[in-house]
Design a protein around this ligand. Structure first.
Ligand SMILES: NC(=[NH2+])NCCC[C@H](N)C(=O)O
Ligand SMILES: [Mn+2]
Ligand SMILES: [Mn+2]
Length: 301
């Protein structure tokens, strides 16, 4: 990764889950100094502002248990189109959420630019639910399923093509809360998962090396990092809507980001689920910015 022209896109989305405040994530991460941090490294940053998000639905769509389906579809489409445009201009997309449902739009925008995009999903969860398997009806638990072509057709067909990515090009890292339907899907589709058990047993260095060589063997032509701040242990990132104890440490996360930087494989990224209302003095946004620093080449010496 040389000096990049980065397009920063905020997505103040809170309709993919039911806790207020995650719509303020992009502001919190900007306030924590993301632009300055990237410029300090030598990158050029264009802040593209925020994608517009509608108010929550007044009445649920009768044919589905997915909450705010229409509003999430519209916002995802707007985000996908925006990402498509910035990529046309040779910019590197850095997307700030917002809840993780925004990944539906991100991968829709990236999907037609790559034939064989790889995805690292850094998360406590698998986000592989569909309307049938979801315990909550929250779309932030579904973006990975939607992107491999499973789920509500409105979401699956954004920008008029599906699937956006191949299940065998996905690597999930940090999983420790997996619903029964997701577990089945992981087995059925052969999705590569490094759980917390694997991280404890192998260490983060081996996990990242395995993840990257797996994706290289798949001949990926781009790599998207989708980082849910709840992948990290809630002692470091308390400002998330669905915290799960026993997570990836702050140091392991820096190491993972530094290894990704060194690999020079990453071609786009998003940092999601920062909720300043649930946070302590913007700690979670500060962690997001620190990890963005490592991912984009910040060095200790
Ligand atoms: N992006 C997230 N934080 N997802 C949490 C999902 C939680 C749960 N598996 C659900 O589907 O409701
Ligand atoms: Mn999560
Ligand atoms: Mn997630």
């Amino acid at each position: 990764m040389n000096k990049l022209n980065i397009s920063l896109i905020g997505v103040p989305m809170d309709l993919g889950q039911n806790r207020r405040g995650v719509d303020m994530g992009p502001s919190a991460i900007r306030y924590a100094g993301v632009v300055e941090r990237l410029e300090e490294i030598g990158h050029t940053v264009t802040d593209e502002g925020n994608i517009q998000i509608a108010a929550a639905e007044k009445t649920a769509s009768p044919d589905t248990n997915l909450k705010n389906l229409i509003e999430v579809t519209d916002a995802s489409t707007a985000l996908a189109n925006k990402i498509h445009d910035v990529m046309e201009n040779g910019q590197f997309p850095l997307i700030l959420g917002g809840d993780h449902s925004i990944a539906i739009g991100t991968l829709a925008g990236l999907g037609d630019r790559y034939d064989n995009l790889g995805v690292i999903w850094y998360d406590a969860h698998a986000d592989l639910n569909t309307g049938e398997t979801s315990p909550s009806g929250n779309i932030h638990g579904m973006p990975l399923a939607v992107s491999i072509g499973l789920g509500h057709e409105k979401l699956v067909n954004i920008r008029g093509f599906a699937p956006k990515i191949k299940p065998e090009n996905v690597v999930i890292i940090g999983a420790r809360s997996i619903d029964p339907g997701e577990r089945e899907l992981i087995k059925e589709k052969g999705i590569k998962v490094f759980t917390m058990h694997d991280i404890d047993k192998l260490g983060m260095t081996a996990v990242m090396n395995n993840a990257m060589s797996y994706l290289k063997d798949r001949n990926v032509d781009g790599l998207h990092l989708s980082l849910d701040l709840d992948g990290i242990d809630p002692i470091y990132t308390p400002g998330v809507g669905t915290p799960v104890p026993g997570g990836i440490s702050y140091r392991e996360s820096h190491l993972a980001m530094e290894m990704l930087f060194t690999s020079d494989m990453v071609t786009s990224t998003e940092f999601v689920e920062v909720n300043p209302i649930l946070d302590e003095k913007n700690k979670t946004a500060d962690v997001a910015v620190a990890l963005i620093g490592s991912l984009f080449g910040e060095k200790l010496l």
